[in-house]
Design a protein around this ligand. Structure first.
Ligand code: NAP
Ligand code: ZN
Ligand code: ZN
Length: 354
């Protein structure tokens, strides 16, 4: 067991503050990782504020982790000290249930062990995330960061990247498909880059007119400001797939109207409150709505390899850990271009501390 420096919330909704957390001594199958960068996902904010309920505190968030292997256990194959690796939203699962055997660890019947906020098997507390100096993870839940990807820009791929890649793949997105991305934030900007890399025609549907030029730079072919009067009628029936990344309550029925016949809407954003859904919004046009939760470990590695092949990383603003509470406010104000990534060298007792 070792104590490592971290930042976390001592109680629901409290600002994040410096603290120390325990990390287990690496076992034979473990990879010990010094964390270099950690992305700031809106899910971190929902959970720090206990908007989904059942939060455990103190809570150290962070599930977009890129780091360097410090040590490996004797049974570890495929990772060696010095390797650049990633850790996403999960650090373990039962491995025996149907979903686990189909490489869908995110849907494990016992619930995957989340990178933070899951009970530890020995009853000694909960898992703690990546806003910290180091982490110890079973080899099967460690990803390889392919050479050529900028380590800081790759961190958001571990959640924002896989969460948007997976529904695009589930839909079979490719050339000729018209994809609408709802919300141009951390997930949304990855959805634009990934849909574009798969050959789709991409439209951004945003509440922020100031993001129009960015949308084009990210690869979108069109931009619709959904606050503009008549936007939903002008663009009715023009899209095949919607990726809804919105974190706040909004009218699903209105967005469904943008789909053509047999179009599909993938929900990945998680507004804390339920929202009404009209049967007619789906029945007319034979539309589908489906949820998607990150992606399995094999699919996450495939996404990283796809990003390396296409030169895709997140557009990031690197921050010092001391700026984290201000960064949360800016995410909540839709003022992030397009992912904050914490430089862990800013943690005072980090091995690479300045
Ligand atoms: P984010 O960076 O804050 O982006 C969300 C975007 O939604 C904003 O930039 C904004 O874009 C838009 N938006 C915000 N409030 C809105 C409103 N009231 N009406 C319409 N649009 C609004 O957040 P993120 O990190 O991308 O995460 C997005 C959501 O996905 C969160 O709920 C998060 O918990 C969830 N999530 C789910 C999974 C999963 O596995 N399913 C994984 C990760 C995250 P515009 O300014 O362009 O309108
Ligand atoms: Zn996330
Ligand atoms: Zn399982």
């Amino acid at each position: 067991m070792s104590q490592v420096a971290a930042w976390g919330a001592p109680r629901p909704g409290a600002p994040l503050e410096p603290l120390f957390i325990a990390r287990r001594s690496p076992g034979p199958r473990d990879v010990a990782i010094d964390i270099l960068f950690c992305g700031v996902c809106h899910s971190d904010i929902h959970q720090v504020r206990d908007e989904w309920g059942a939060g455990q505190y103190p809570m150290v968030p962070g599930h977009e982790i890129v780091g360097r292997v410090r040590a490996v256990g004797q049974d570890v194959r495929g990772f060696a000290p010095g390797d650049l690796v990633g850790v996403g939203c999960m650090v373990d699962s039962c491995r025996t249930c149907g979903p686990c055997q189909r490489d869908l660890q995110q849907h494990c019947h016992s619930g995957p062990v989340w990178t933070y906020g899951s009970a530890l098997a020995d009853g000694s507390g909960t898992t703690q995330g990546g806003y910290s100096a180091a982490i110890v993870v079973d080899q099967d839940f460690v990803l390889r960061i392919p050479p050529g990807l900028d380590p800081a820009g790759a961190a958001p791929l571990l959640c924002a990247g896989i969460t948007t890649y997976s529904p695009l793949r589930q839909f079979g997105c490719g050339p000729g498909h018209r994809v609408g991305v709802i919300g141009l934030g951390g997930l949304g900007h990855m959805a634009v880059k990934l849909a574009r890399s798969l050959g789709a025609q991409v439209t951004v549907l945003s509440t922020s007119p100031a993001k129009q030029a960015d949308a084009a730079q990210l690869g979108a072919h069109a931009f619709v400001c959904t606050r503009e009067e008549g936007a939903f009628t002008r663009h009715a029936g023009t899209l095949d797939l919607l990726i809804d990344t919105v974190s706040a309550p909004h009218d699903y029925n209105a967005y469904l109207g943008l789909l053509g016949v047999h179009g599909a809407m993938a929900l990945v954003g998680v507004p804390p409150q339920p929202a009404p859904l009209q049967a007619f919004a789906l029945i007319h046009g034979g539309k589908r709505i489906f949820g998607s939760l990150i992606g399995g470990i094999a699919e996450t590695q495939a996404m990283l390899d796809h990003c390396a092949a296409h030169g895709i990383t997140a557009d990031i603003e690197r921050i010092d850990i001391r700026a984290i509470n201000r960064a949360y406010e800016r995410v909540l104000a839709s003022d992030v271009r397009y992912r904050f990534v914490i430089d862990m060298a800013s943690l005072p007792s980090h091995p690479e501390a300045r």
